[in-house]
Design a protein around this ligand. Structure first.
Ligand code: GYE
Length: 320
């Protein structure tokens, strides 16, 4: 199908200049007439919902036909979806891979079918990075480091930390753990006293924290790999008679609206923004990949850190 798209792109200027009515290819958008498959990971968090909306909205604006699949957190569903898109002969595939490993066979199938794959928000481990066109994502190690640095400063380098990890095997869970551990390494009195996965979900953040706060009542800080788990943990801490935001500092990642509300309310102390509005970048990449251009292997989305003191002023500006 890549060939068909290339042919169309090549013909567009001809049609524009040669055909009086411009009835075909008359739209100046090069996405016009593209059919793209979007294999989304799931809908586990507010972040992911915002990402889905951004990609859907951008497709509409560019006149792209978008085929959408929600894998509901299961890699096997996502692999099936990618295979389905290949069978349907889409022009390109946008993939937000749930976990890092296990992608090689299906990416090879896409390559054989000459269908470029643009990775959004999470990376993959493959032996040949030629198996995907590009990755558009944040630097998760840097995010974890920013969270650790903030906590080190705030506590004078002393904390009993409970870590809530994201989905096991997911790039942001692996790298946010790594970055945080690197960040606290220089502070011997900052200790991770317990670390468990809450699968990036609010309900599981709450559940896991209910058990952990009982087992480790000496905690002084929570580091959650995303805001949703932090918000669930805040509920569990309150139910256990703790004061999140005061006697237990809470720091997380994403920067979703609810996190800003919790910061304004004094329950969350800090969030590291991770921008989910990837639609415009994703479709710029798709258009280039379909046109046969070589893309940089990674585009890093820039993130910022926000503290509770900034929340009230920043809240009206939040887009997700
Ligand atoms: O931080 C989390 C989500 O892959 C960057 O996935 C994304 C992460 C995001 O569920 O909230």
């Amino acid at each position: 199908m890549k060939k068909r798209a290339l042919l169309l792109l090549a013909l567009t200027p001809f049609l524009l200049t040669q055909c009086g009515d411009g009835s075909k290819g008359g739209d100046s958008s090069s996405s016009n007439s593209l059919t793209i498959g979007f294999a989304q990971a799931g809908a586990e968090s507010a972040w992911r919902t915002a990402e889905t909306e951004s990609i859907t909205r951008e497709a509409e604006q560019r006149g792209v036909t978008l085929k959408f699949s929600d894998a509901q957190g299961k890699q096997e569903n996502q692999i099936k979806a990618v295979r389905g898109f290949i069978a349907q002969g889409v022009d390109a595939i946008i993939l937000a891979p749930i976990v890092e490993t296990g992608w090689e066979p299906v990416l090879k199938e896409a390559q054989r079918a000459e269908i470029p794959v643009v990775l959004v928000d999470r990376g993959v481990q493959v032996s040949d990075d030629g198996l995907y066109a590009t990755l558009i994502a944040s630097d998760f190690v840097a995010e974890g480091q920013m969270a650790a640095d903030w906590l080190a400063k705030k506590t004078g380098g002393k904390a009993n930390i409970i870590e809530l990890q994201g989905t096991p095997g997911a790039a942001p869970a692996i790298d946010r753990k790594k970055g945080f551990e690197q960040g606290i390494a220089a502070h011997p009195e900052m200790k991770i006293i317990a670390s468990q996965s809450g699968d990036f979900r609010r309900s599981q953040g709450k559940e896991v924290m209910e058990a952990l706060v009982k087992a480790h009542p000496n905690l002084t800080a929570v580091y959650a790999h995303n805001d949703d788990m932090a918000l669930g943990a805040i509920q569990a801490l309150e139910a256990a008679g703790k004061k999140p935001g005061t006697d237990v500092l809470v720091v997380s990642i994403d920067g979703v609206k609810d996190a800003f509300i919790a910061m304004k309310d004094g329950q969350l102390n800090c969030t590291v923004e991770c921008n989910p509005l990837l639609g415009p970048n994703a479709f710029d990449a798709v258009e280039k990949a379909v046109a046969g251009e070589t893309l940089p292997k990674k585009t890093v989305v820039q993130d910022r850190l926000f503290e509770a003191s900034q929340a009230a002023a920043e809240l009206p500006n939040r887009q997700y």
